[in-house]
Design a protein around this ligand. Sequence first.
Ligand code: HAM
Length: 433
Amino acid sequence: MQKKIKGTNDILPGFLGEGVFVSEFWQRIEEEILNTAGLYSYREIRTPIFENTEVFVKGIGDTSDIVTKEMYTFSDRSDRSMTLRPEGTASIVRSYIENSIMKKEPISRFFYGGPMFRAERPQKGRYRQFHQFGVECIGGDSAKYDIEVISLFWTLLSRLGLKDMELVINSVGNTQSRAVYLDKLKIYFKDKLDGMCKECKDRYEKNILRMLDCKVDGCQDILNAVPSIIDSLSQESKDFFNGVKDGLENLGIPYIISNRLVRGLDYYTETAFEIIHGGIGAQSTIVGGGRYNDLILQSGGNSVPAVGAAFGIERLLLALLDEGVISPVDNEPFYFIVLLDKEMEADAQKILYDLRLEGIPSTESDGSRNMAKQLKSADKSGARFAVFIGGDEWTASSVMVKDLKTSKQNEISFKDSYPLSVLTSFYNKLGVK
Ligand code: HAM
């Protein structure tokens, strides 16, 4: 038997799947993504699932975990290095520059979604193919855009019913003030390294800021006493961070500040933020994002400031299921055709086709000729009404329609008209479901 690749998942309809991997839950989230993106006037951008490896190495940073350990990189038939996208921002920046979008509008507001790929160790909430929804707001250097992005995610999660979420913010400053801080860290950790984990020792050499993200118990005392980045910020960065805090307070979005919040991608400047949830295990970050004022310039474009964020649909669903607040979208049919006379099979097929053409969700039994069995499948399908094709009523030019919730039967005459029109007006009269 062929098996799926470790860390990937099949997402199945509710009667076949379970938990996070039920397609009707995904559709509910996708519905809300489109609603909220619309509320904020963000427009969709779609970029390819693979890019030249360079796009990610330059964008995400060649010392980041993603680039050093987690990318699915392969050579194509002409021996060019390609990579399955591990995230969306680097590709969107590539597209922004390539399509000269900067010349077309001062502020671009994009949203995007789809599968991303990272060769991480799979566990609950962490997969090798996962699905992100993200937004990028490109062109604005004011804190109001950071607030816009954070509030967009806060709105989306709130509209989905999530409650137990926490917004954590920090500033990683601009390149200059960060350099001052990195020097402070070098000095602080220098004589403490012996007591720290292997990864911290590694990061000390390659990407010292990432030491702050270490979760190993034995390192926590040293990390908790680390100098605060905020104290090293330039006045300009401090003012910017205050602007973000004031903006959040103005909207009534609660936040906590964590000076140890440094994100796993190297492109962030100034604001870094996450929305976390206590009920989903070790992988508790649902949304991650921040400002990236240097990335477009570093990727070959002009100096254009930007801010964005993304969440993993799987993690969001874990949180929504933990709180018991998500219900699947309703894909159930309105009519279920029950065939009483075998000779009327062709008529039933035509009515079914016409109903669907009219936009009325309808289905039929899977082959059983026995009426009781057909009605049982009708119940199982979740259909609202059974429509009986054939029988004495039909001969007398009427169609029997049974309400599957109340068992009440309606006999509707279709004398002088085609049965479709009476079924359509019955549907319209009731309103959709
Ligand atoms: P990120 O923190 O790497 O940021 O990922 C954002 C979110 O994607 C995470 O908070 C998590 O919900 C989900 N995620 C990441 N890796 C996995 C995984 N292996 N399995 C399941 N879910 C995962 C970014 O990707 C940035 N591009 C966000 C951003 C946009 N920053 C600015 N603009």
